[in-house]
Design a binder for this molecule. Structure first.
Ligand code: ADP
Length: 399
């Protein structure tokens, strides 16, 4: 059975097609700059060379047509007819409190996704556009919504409520929701497979360190706390997002720098984090290179990034009453051994000890990097959010 996974952003469409029998990827692709002059269309059939073409794509519907062209092309295609696709799984960023699991999309689900767009205006609206376009281009194929927030819906109220008037939670839904849920869930399920044991009794900290970064405390397989909040701005230092700050900073800057709502929003979401601190780049590779060449500001940006993660690990170990497994994933977590080393440095008081040699192994594969006498198992697990979305979709249509 073949399942297509769609991730629609404001001006991009990412897709992956899976064969569920073998859990293998058949092809993946990306359409960038949708709605602008000259969109870049990438298509990568598994085991073959990637194709890149510039085309005019004015909306998400057009991007999906391009994807269908590639997937069914006589030269590079991996399917003969779209009818081979048995279901479509959509990444949806915000599912509010309503969606604790993935769900087959119907009219009510679409209405809720639209409603939650008020909490994730940059995402849900585009996720919905992708759903509507797929409905018209793939009529009668079941579609599922897989929410970034769903996995974290197990958090207790004392972890998800802010110290604000309760009324604002009740009336406006202001609370921690958490994101990257599909990735954190994938990591915990994969850990159970790798360790050949149930998740019950395990205290896991999952560090998703990419452009966006978040960390989750997972006890007995359930998320009990996570660093992102009402929006994906809270928590760790990220590529361009500031993470935790004193909310007072906002009022101070609005007054002192005369910044309006839009400018403050851009400052915190797009100009802060590693980019703002280093004044070099939002890409960890550039910052690390500059730091090794003696750039002190880059070196400090790295220290701030690492320090915040260390503090979260300590607080989540306290929240869970211990720690058995620490997992690293996403671009930085999977590929940057120096960051993992700095995070785990001087953490043996918590039972975390990494093996330098294993940590420095530069292979993008699942592996244990803790030393044999480490009480906490430390692992690198490449995240496969799209595969998880495909699996959730598959499970839904099977049932
Ligand atoms: P996104 O959150 O947009 O999916 P990624 O998970 O790709 O982003 O993470 C981007 C970050 O990961 C960047 O800071 C980059 O430096 C780092 N990164 C990604 N791939 C590699 C790699 N192969 N080697 C080293 N660093 C990488």
């Amino acid at each position: 059975m073949k399942i297509l996974v769609i991730n629609c952003g404001s001006s991009s469409l990412k897709y992956q097609l899976f064969n569920m029998k073998t859990k293998s990827l058949l092809a993946k692709g990306l359409v960038e700059r949708i709605g602008r002059k000259g969109s870049y269309c990438h298509y990568h059939p598994q085991g073959k060379l990637e194709i890149e073409e510039e085309r005019r794509v004015s909306n998400h519907r057009g991007a999906i047509r391009v994807m269908i062209d590639f997937l069914t092309s006589s030269e590079h295609g991996v399917i003969k007819n779209v009818k081979e696709i048995k279901a479509i799984g959509h990444r949806v960023v915000h599912g509010g409190e309503k969606f604790t699991n993935s769900i087959i999309i119907d009219r009510t689900v679409k209405r809720s996704i639209k409603e939650y767009a008020k909490l994730a205006p940059l995402h849900n609206q585009h996720n919905l556009e992708g759903i509507l376009a797929c409905e018209s281009l793939f009529p009668r194929i079941p579609q599922a919504a897989v929410f970034d927030t769903a996995f974290h819906q197990t958090m207790p109220a004392y972890a998800y409520l802010y110290g604000l008037p309760m009324e604002l939670y009740k009336k406006d839904g202001v609370r921690r929701y958490g994101f990257h849920g599909t990735s954190h869930k994938f990591i915990s399920l994969r850990l159970a497979e790798l360790l050949k044991r149930p998740l019950t009794g395990l205290k896991i900290i999952s560090c998703h360190l990419g452009n966006g970064c978040s960390i989750a405390a997972i006890k007995d397989g359930r998320s009990i706390d996570t660093s992102m909040g009402l929006t994906p701005l809270e928590g760790l230092i990220m590529g361009t997002r500031c993470g935790d700050i004193d909310p007072g900073v906002i009022f101070y800057l609005m007054e002192k720098e005369r910044l309006g709502l839009k400018k403050i929003n851009r400052l915190l979401n797009e100009k802060s984090g590693l980019l703002g601190l280093s004044a070099i780049s939002n890409d960890m590779r550039d910052i690390y290179k500059a730091a090794t060449e003696g750039n002190e500001q880059a070196e400090l940006a790295l220290k701030i990034f690492v320090y915040r993660i260390k503090k979260y690990i300590g607080s989540y170990a306290a929240a869970m009453g211990g720690l058995n497994v620490l997992a690293f994933t996403a671009g930085i977590g999977e590929n940057q051994e120096h960051i993992r080393e700095s995070i785990c440095k001087d953490m043996d008081f918590l039972g975390i000890k990494i093996d330098k040699g294993k940590n420095e192994e530069r292979l993008p594969r699942e592996r244990i990097i803790s030393s044999s006498d480490s009480k906490v198992l430390v692992l690198v697990i490449p995240t496969k959010e799209e595969l998880r979305i495909a699996q959730e979709t598959y499970e839904l249509i099977k049932s």
